[in-house]
Design a binder for this molecule. Structure first.
Ligand code: SF4
Ligand code: SF4
Ligand code: FES
Length: 262
């Protein structure tokens, strides 16, 4: 069992495990801090910066991202002062500036009291991708397909999708679009096309490709939404608190823990 330590959050003493991610402590204590790029089943990424809080030690302090900050004995956190909200809201404004027409980003900003941004969009009409990397990471860490990646740098940075290059490794599981917090990653139409073009007349079931029952064949022309097998696995995943059945397949394989985005 990890060593127990004591930290302070918003003037209240709290116990935690040594080097436990701050976001886990905050959630356990019922303290809201927004997250966008974080997912409990994926390695921390710390890129969206909407989860910023202040940590102090005596007179020294700094702002840190709570999703990947490991707590240590004596840390003093501020998650709610005006200064902290200002820093956090700056990150939200930056996202709104990048994606001014993306409904989910606009709504997220509104929920945090932000309706306009000082930052301007780099692409005409704005982007729909916040570069959170959830799709890339889930495809790599959970699916193991590594079909997605980022290309270019700076304002031109974007996710390279399977329907741009149609990589052989994509199994059409669709978890990338399930986790995408915006409308940027759309797999519903594409995954059927990818699977049909990939497998010709011999059509392995998507759930066989995900590792549930090797050798299973699709008798439904990849119309998963109309398939009992798909419904059953989706229900099972929901019962287990998973957004997508692929997490169950990997949990049965004993690889990852539970959780979700907020
Ligand atoms: S559908 Fe699955 S395998 Fe294909 S890119 Fe998305 S997460 Fe990766
Ligand atoms: S496509 Fe979606 S999940 Fe992928 S980086 Fe962009 S916003 Fe995040
Ligand atoms: S940086 Fe912490 S949730 Fe994105």
């Amino acid at each position: 069992m990890p060593d127990r330590i004591e930290i302070t959050i918003n003037r209240t003493k709290v116990e935690a495990a040594d080097r436990e991610p701050l976001i886990d402590v905050l959630r356990r204590e019922g303290i809201y801090v927004p997250t966008l790029c974080h997912h409990d089943r994926l390695e921390p990424y710390g890129v969206c910066r909407v989860c910023m809080v202040k940590v102090s030690w005596g007179k020294k302090s700094k702002y840190v991202t709570s999703c990947n900050y490991p707590v240590e004995n004596g840390d003093v956190f501020d998650t709610e002062s005006e200064d902290v909200l200002k820093v956090r809201n700056m990150s939200i404004e930056a996202l709104l500036g990048r994606c001014p027409n993306e409904k989910s980003v606009v709504e997220f900003a509104h929920r945090h009291g932000i309706s306009k941004s000082r930052f301007s969009a780099q692409k005409p009409g704005g982007d729909d991708c916040i570069l959170c990397g959830l799709c890339v990471r889930v495809c790599d860490e959970i699916v193991g397909a590594r079909a997605l990646g980022f290309m270019s740098r700076g304002p031109d940075r974007e996710v390279c999708t399977p329907f741009m290059e149609n990589p052989e490794s994509c199994i059409g599981c669709g978890v990338c679009s399930t986790l995408c917090p915006t409308t940027a990653m759309k797999m519903e139409g594409q995954k059927t096309a990818i699977l049909k073009s990939r497998h010709g007349d011999v059509r392995p079931c998507r759930y066989a490709l995900m590792g549930f029952y090797p050798g299973g064949v699709c008798a439904n022309s990849y119309e998963c939404r109309r398939c009992d097998i798909d419904q059953k696995f989706r229900e099972l995943a929901a019962m287990e608190g998973c957004e997508h059945p692929i997490f169950l397949a990997r949990e049965y394989a004993g690889s990852k823990k539970g959780g979700g985005t907020e």
